[in-house]
Design a binder for this molecule. Structure first.
Ligand code: MN
Length: 386
């Protein structure tokens, strides 16, 4: 039976690779696609995959797209309403949440309520709303399949061990483009330097997050919610070759890991074909070439964002949402060369320090926490610029 999917954020890095997987393995119908504003690419995707619905966050662009694809049967919707329509579309089995940022929270929630399984690629959803999402997943009886390479590796390493206690999760990190650099060397780093990632080709936001190690911090929080472990039992291990995608250590000391070339199409494919493994033409590991794999401790004094993420999740409540909101603003400002690389952690820390955390909260409180964090971070960014 064909698998029907909806892709939120189909024009981004994970979205386009999801469509590559669809082309590669077949047997998957794309019912809906969405974009923030890139209607040129979205139009191409519509003409190739013939979805029932296309949504564009930018309402003006949605109108422009509707005009352009008059000859197609695809319906066009705009704004958050359109995104939610794509997330809840009739007949869809799995929603791939590959939008970037807090904007993914509401549509993911609506998809769960509509009984859809989630191929989760949007980190911010679990970081900010992990507790609410996991409760909803249980309540509505849906499944979450991780798309992120580390969580996919953990997910794969847990198979067959459902009744065994996890001793620790080893979450691997490439270390990003600035691995080994000192604070003095980092002061003058610009967006262009941070965007040169050695192993992975990803969107700009996640590439900067990877340079600050915030990406790993977000992944620690995601892993806590996805696998129900304490963050104290999640250890980040820098592994520059990005071959061991993460591992699980059990009580007896056995470590089960998943290895592969650094290629997101494999975890994306597994999230869509689970529990089956389907043949593809993607690159396979050549161990004679990949003959050295190394591990080291992360430098959390230089790359403070990782510590801030542990601090936020240990604090709990609405704090991770605030950390995440402040990070989004700080990364956006860094990408525009408005602040320096080390300012990113400063802005997040100051925003967190001036926040009164809430422990009894709803989705609306998270939206409000995000708004507050953005406003507070923006003011701190302005102050740095002057
Ligand atoms: Mn990752």
């Amino acid at each position: 039976m064909a698998h029907n999917i909806s892709i939120l954020g189909s024009t981004g890095s994970i979205g386009t690779q999801t469509l590559e997987v669809v082309r590669e393995i077949g047997g998957i119908n794309v019912l809906a696609v969405t974009a923030n504003s890139n209607i040129d690419l979205l139009e191409k995707q519509i003409r190739e995959f013939r979805p029932k619905l296309a949504a564009v966050m930018d309402v003006k662009k949605a109108d422009e797209l509707a005009e352009r694809i008059k000859d197609c049967e695809t319906e066009v919707a705009g704004g958050m309403e359109g995104l939610v329509a794509a997330a809840t579309i009739d007949g869809c089995d799995t929603v791939v949440t590959s939008v970037v940022g807090n904007i993914g929270i509401v549509p993911t929630f609506e998809a769960i309520k509509a009984g859809k399984d989630i191929a989760l690629a949007n980190k911010e959803t679990l970081v900010s709303a992990g507790e609410l999402i996991i409760n909803a997943v249980k309540k509505y009886g849906v499944k979450i399949y991780p798309v992120d390479s580390e969580h996919s590796a953990i997910f794969q390493s847990l198979r067959g061990n459902e009744d065994n206690r996890i001793r620790r999760i080893l979450l691997t990190a490439s270390g990003g483009p600035f691995r080994g650099k000192t604070r003095d060397e980092l002061v003058n780093m610009k967006a262009a330097d941070a965007l040169k990632h050695p192993n992975w080709h990803m969107g700009k936001k996640v590439t900067v997050d990877s340079a600050t190690l915030m990406n790993k911090g977000l992944e620690v929080i995601e892993a806590k919610w996805l696998f129900g472990v304490d963050v104290e039992d999640i250890e980040v291990l820098v592994h520059p070759q990005s071959i061991v995608h993460s591992a699980v250590e059990y009580e007896d000391g056995a470590v089960i890991a998943q290895l592969g070339e650094p290629d997101m199409r494999l975890p994306i494919q597994y999230a869509l074909t689970y529990p089956k493994r389907v043949k593809n033409s993607f690159p396979k590991i050549d161990f004679e070439q990949r003959n050295s794999i190394t591990f080291e401790k992360p430098d959390t004094e230089t790359f403070r964002c990782l510590s801030l993420a542990y601090k936020a999740i240990k604090c709990g409540g609405t704090m991770p949402a605030v950390m995440n909101g402040a990070n989004e603003r700080a990364v956006a400002a860094f990408l525009e060369d408005r602040i320096g690389f080390l300012d990113i952690a400063d802005i997040i820390e100051k925003t967190m320090d001036s926040y009164n955390v809430k422990y009894d909260y709803s989705i609306n409180d998270l939206v409000e926490a995000d708004r507050w964090a953005a406003e507070t971070a923006d003011a701190l960014i302005k102050a740095k610029e002057n």
